[in-house]
Ligand binder design. Structure first.
Ligand SMILES: Nc1ncnc2c1ncn2[C@@H]1O[C@H](COP(=O)(O)OP(=O)(O)OP(=O)(O)O)[C@@H](O)[C@H]1O
Length: 221
């Protein structure tokens, strides 16, 4: 399993205002598998993604990312896990306004070393895979919402993450754009062999997941 949560709980806040954001969550996602978690606002979806992606340490239970138990790691090691093993696609694509689509994929590589010919080839292959080869030189403001999300997906896959975490990918998209990104996420997950977890309240895209769980008051069903 590339992603494994065992009896994971997260409490947020302190004292009288402390809230149990998620409780006793057991979830395993295999390589190549897309799992969707659906739940209403406040059910704990963002909290689930935060612990699954090592952005937060769980209050109880254990999270395993590509075999590494996050609670056993130093802050420095956790940062490396996030960088090397986890890809994120956020609700708003979070692209850099000044960079072209192709640069969005390559600049993070530049930060962790030199950009090689292999990186450029991979960036072009990923852009083709998400149908953006003709937009490689465009900047985010020249793209549609769906194109931005597809660029964010390609960027997230650049580092060959073991785990891909996707937060409400369709919130800014129409039905056709939503279906397209959902199809692409599932297809690229199979091709890349990563373990993908999508949180969403969009029931239209659930059919593209291999498995669907419901989150209610922090508990998974
Ligand atoms: N820093 C915090 N301190 C205390 N409670 C918090 C904090 N952050 C979130 N919560 C609470 O934890 C619960 C889960 O929040 P979370 O953001 O994970 O839900 P969500 O399903 O992602 O919601 P949405 O779909 O509206 O983004 C909610 O009841 C929320 O009010």
């Amino acid at each position: 399993m590339s992603l494994q949560l065992a009896e994971v709980g997260l409490r947020l806040g302190a004292g009288d205002t402390a809230v149990t954001a998620i409780a006793e969550v057991d979830l395993a996602v295999a390589p190549g598998e897309t799992v969707a978690v659906v739940g209403p606002s406040g059910s704990g979806k963002s909290s689930l993604l935060a612990v699954a992606g090592a952005l937060r340490r769980p209050t109880s239970g254990s999270v395993r990312i590509n075999g590494l138990v996050t609670s056993a790691l130093s802050d420095r090691a956790l940062t490396a896990v996030r960088r090397d093993h986890v890809g994120y696609v956020f609700q708003q694509a979070n692209l850099f306004a000044a960079l072209t689509v192709r640069e969005q994929l390559l600049i993070p590589r530049h930060v962790s070393g030199r950009i090689g010919a292999e990186d450029r080839t991979r960036a072009d292959e990923l852009l083709a895979a998400v149908g953006l080869e003709h937009r490689a030189g465009h900047r985010p403001h020249q793209l549609s919402g769906g194109e931005r999300q597809r660029a964010a997906l390609a960027r997230a896959l650049m580092a060959r993450p073991a785990v891909l975490l996707v937060d409400e990918p369709t919130s800014a998209l129409d039905r056709a754009g939503s279906v397209r990104i959902a199809e692409l996420i599932a297809a690229r997950t199979r091709a890349a062999g990563c373990a993908t977890l999508i949180v969403t309240h969009d029931h239209d895209i659930l059919g593209y997941a291999d498995r669907v769980h419901e989150l209610r008051d922090g508990r998974l069903t």
